[in-house]
Structures are given as C-alpha cells and as structure tokens.
Design a protein around this ligand. Structure first.
Ligand code: ATP
Ligand code: MG
Length: 205
C-alpha cells in the first residue's frame, strides 16, 4: 500500500535508554511499508562519515570536553547530516526518522550542562536548522527506569551519572514546554504500546 503526500522529517528524542533506537527502527519500517518508499533512519551525532568521526570524539572517554565544545561539535554533525542526508532524502520523497535533534542539545548542553538556553537555541537555529523537522516526538521515561533498561558499557556522556540524567530529563520537559507542537509520548509501556502511541502522535493509525 502506498500513500501520496510530501515526505516527512520526524525526530524521536529523549533520555539515554528511553527507547529511541527501538522506536525509530519500528517507525521507519512502518513508514516504508505504508508509503512504499524506504524511509531513512538516522542517528545523531553520526550517520554521515564526518558525523561518525565527530561522534567518536564526543563519546570517547579519552577527551574531557566542556559543554561549549560539545555544543559546537553536535551542531556541526547536525548540519552535515541535514545537508548530506536529510535534504536529499526529502527531495527524493523519502521520509526521514532521526534519533536526537535540538531537544537533546538543549537538554544536555544548556539545561544540564549550564550553557545559556537562548544562546544554544540561537546557534542551532542559525546553523543547523534546515530542513526543519515536521514532527518532534519526546519519549518520556523516568531516567532511573531508562538506566535499568540499558545494558553494556557507558559512553562519556552516559557516564555523567543519574543526577545529570535527571537534569537532562527536566531539560526535555522544558524544551517541550517552549515548543507547543512537541508530542510527548509515555515511553514506560512495552515496545508495542509505545509504538502505537508514537504512530498516533505523528498521525499514522
Ligand atoms: N518499551 C520498552 N520496554 C522495555 N524495554 C525496552 C523498551 N524499548 C526499548 N527497550 C530496551 O531498552 C534498551 C534501550 O532501548 P533503546 O536502545 O531503543 O534506547 P535508546 O533511547 O536508543 O538508548 P540510547 O540513548 O542509549 O541510544 C534496549 O535494550 C531495548 O531493547
Ligand atoms: Mg539508541
């Protein structure tokens, strides 16, 4: 079954371990089926070769990066992803599902990291905002629960601890409050339940 209409750029965001990768994969598969064109599934930072190199720097425990350096690196990786992957995919009629975007930068580097919120938003809007997402879904999950879902080694940012993660969660809520169109989805249910809620949020039933 295919459905006509403009391709859409959908972002899934939320705390470490809230289910972004799980839900982005499911949403991209669903969109591919219903629209008959394979959707592009991206993660941030990364997805481009330059972005994956930037991701290594950001997440490696070999570097001690202050929130300002993190902001500039995330913004650079995002700009590269938008120009190299998102814009061409949308132009070719492919939907794009991206894990993480401005809400993450706002939550981690501004609210939890202490950078001035307005400066962070201004930089992102000036340099990393084209094309703009059509929909933002925040997967809302208590950071303690999210930490229990996660397994394996932690990266440099995950290693900042639960207190930091709680500030990040507050940052996401603040971002949603500042952007009234944001879809906040309860991510505490099983993956099928969350998937249905994500689809409903973006108008797919
Ligand atoms: N609704 C759910 N209920 C229980 N476990 C889940 C659910 N969704 C995902 N998981 C599991 O929780 C873990 C984290 O999920 P996932 O990797 O999708 O999250 P993430 O937000 O991408 O994490 P990260 O920020 O670390 O990339 C995985 O082991 C996944 O299988
Ligand atoms: Mg993930």
């Amino acid at each position: 079954m295919t459905s006509p209409g403009r391709a859409r750029f959908i972002v899934l965001d939320g705390v470490d371990g809230c289910g972004k990768s799980t839900q982005a994969r499911r949403l991209a598969e669903h969109l591919s089926k219903v629209r008959g064109v394979e959707a592009l599934h991206l993660r941030e930072p990364g997805s481009t070769s330059a972005g994956e190199r930037i991701r290594e720097i950001l997440l490696s425990r070999d570097h001690d990066l202050d929130p300002g350096v993190e902001l500039l690196l995330f913004a650079a990786a995002r700009r590269q992803t938008l120009r190299e992957l998102v814009a061409p995919a949308l132009a070719a009629g492919r939907d794009v599902v991206c894990e993480r975007f401005h809400a993450s930068t706002f939550a981690y580097q501004a609210v939890a990291g202490g950078l001035p919120e307005a400066d962070v938003l201004a930089l992102l809007v000036r340099w990393s905002n084209e094309p703009e997402p059509d929909a933002l879904v925040l997967l809302d999950l208590d950071p303690d629960l999210a930490a229990r879902r996660r397994a394996g080694p932690t990266d440099r940012i995950e290693a900042k601890g639960l207190e930091f993660q709680r500030k990040v969660a507050a940052g996401y809520r603040r971002f949603a409050a500042l952007r009234p169109g944001t879809h906040v989805v309860d991510a505490s249910g099983d993956a099928d339940t969350v998937e249905r809620a994500v689809r409903a949020a973006v108008g797919l039933v």
